[in-house]
Ligand binder design. Sequence first.
Ligand code: AMP
Ligand code: MG
Length: 324
Amino acid sequence: MTTITAKISKWNPEPEIIMQAAEIIRSGGLVAFPTETVYGLGADALNANAVTKIYAAKGRPSDNPLILHVSNHEQVHSLVYMNDIAEKLIHEFWPAPLTLVLPARDVIPLKTRGGLDTAAIRMPDNPIALALIEASRTPIAAPSANISGRPSPTDFESVYHDMNGRIDMILDGGSTDIGIESTVIDVTNPERILLLRPGGISIESIEAVIDMRLECPDDNSKKRSPGTRYRHYAPSIPVKVWKHNQKFPECEANSTGYMGLHEPECNCAEKIIFDDVKNYTRGLFAGFRKFEREEFSCIVVEWPDDISGTGAGLQDRITRASCE
Ligand code: AMP
Ligand code: MG
């Protein structure tokens, strides 16, 4: 398959490029596009055949449900059963890296929701993504645009590396702002809101709006969010974690790449020091891919102690990439 690529302006997405991409979505094809979190691999969420192609292109297990991306508030009511807490969160945050899991209406194919009776839904905060959904006149199912298990792509080059020849089109809208995926919460039961995946929006900002603590899912609810079971986000070389003020992990320094907030005493071949958690989050996956390209034998990442902001999401991605 030949993959069309097109550069597109983030703030003024060219209408002819959006129309071309939307036409592909409408006819059941696959288009990768930037969101504010990472690049997504999109298909018409209401077309089971199109959605099947997403799983094939990514090599994604078919019981791992997809997030439906919408471009306006009204669309939500036709897809899921709403409640007051969900309304409040949507009103307060969207467009945002906040995904809500709610009871699904039958219009969403089982394929899209991995066979579950719930569906995950969000409105992305990126003009290209919003214009594409709007022009496609359908919600777009979009997991990250990487081969399953690999670090999510935060720039065009990473999408191209994983997806060229496997999908119809890639929109090049530059680097993504946040760098990790959305925060996913289950609001099916408005009395107990579950944090299924920390991510781009902070836990404390959600709790402030709902005036309730988010709860951790028990084993039963974890089963309901199959994505949380799989190893994820990992480059092809080992990732080791360094906790500040502890012994630096064993590695061959001259072929090790390091990323973190503090400069360690090691002779690592390359060190990327971020000045805060936000920039660390933004650069994590790109750093994994860079060290991989440079054929290092090991990656060491610093454990971020602070779980405020995107800190909890960053900890989660580091844990899963290192399998610690
Ligand atoms: P990804 O598309 O790879 O960013 O992953 C989407 C995340 O949302 C995964 O962790 C899924 O398990 C989760 N998710 C999607 N739909 C549902 C759902 N209906 N119920 C629970 N979790 C979901
Ligand atoms: Mg993913």
